[in-house]
Design a protein around this ligand. Structure first.
Ligand SMILES: [Zn+2]
Length: 115
């Protein structure tokens, strides 16, 4: 690859890095929305208007955990999970770009030990 294409790739990588820096807080997890009834006698959920509950599943020490998100933090939690997805996509793009920079078309003959 010529130096001009490499410098364009470096520009692209830098632009991806600055996009990554502009991403806000993140949670590596998935949002789960459940419709529930609370069990209270005179509640609207008795008539079929269920309560919406938001959970996040995430991994901790290899185990999948699920936590309930407090109502006042729902919007924030959704945003943090969306930000992580965005970061993951950018990291993938950055990897592909940087792979182009470091790889070579030159081939070497690999000799095995003992030959
Ligand atoms: Zn209810």
């Amino acid at each position: 690859m010529n130096e001009l294409s490499k410098s364009l790739l470096r520009k692209k990588a830098n632009s991806i890095r600055s996009q990554m820096r502009s991403i806000g807080q993140m949670i590596k997890g998935s949002i789960v929305i459940r419709m529930l009834s609370c069990g209270k006698e005179n509640c609207k959920c008795r008539k079929g208007i269920l309560h919406r509950a938001i959970y996040i599943t995430y991994k901790e020490e290899g185990k999948t955990k699920t936590i309930y998100v407090a109502k006042e933090h729902e919007a924030e939690a959704l945003m943090m999970c969306a930000n992580y997805k965005k970061m993951k996509e950018l990291l993938h793009k950055l990897t592909l770009t940087n792979i182009e920079i470091v790889k070579t078309s030159r081939r070497y003959n690999v000799r095995r030990k003992g030959n």
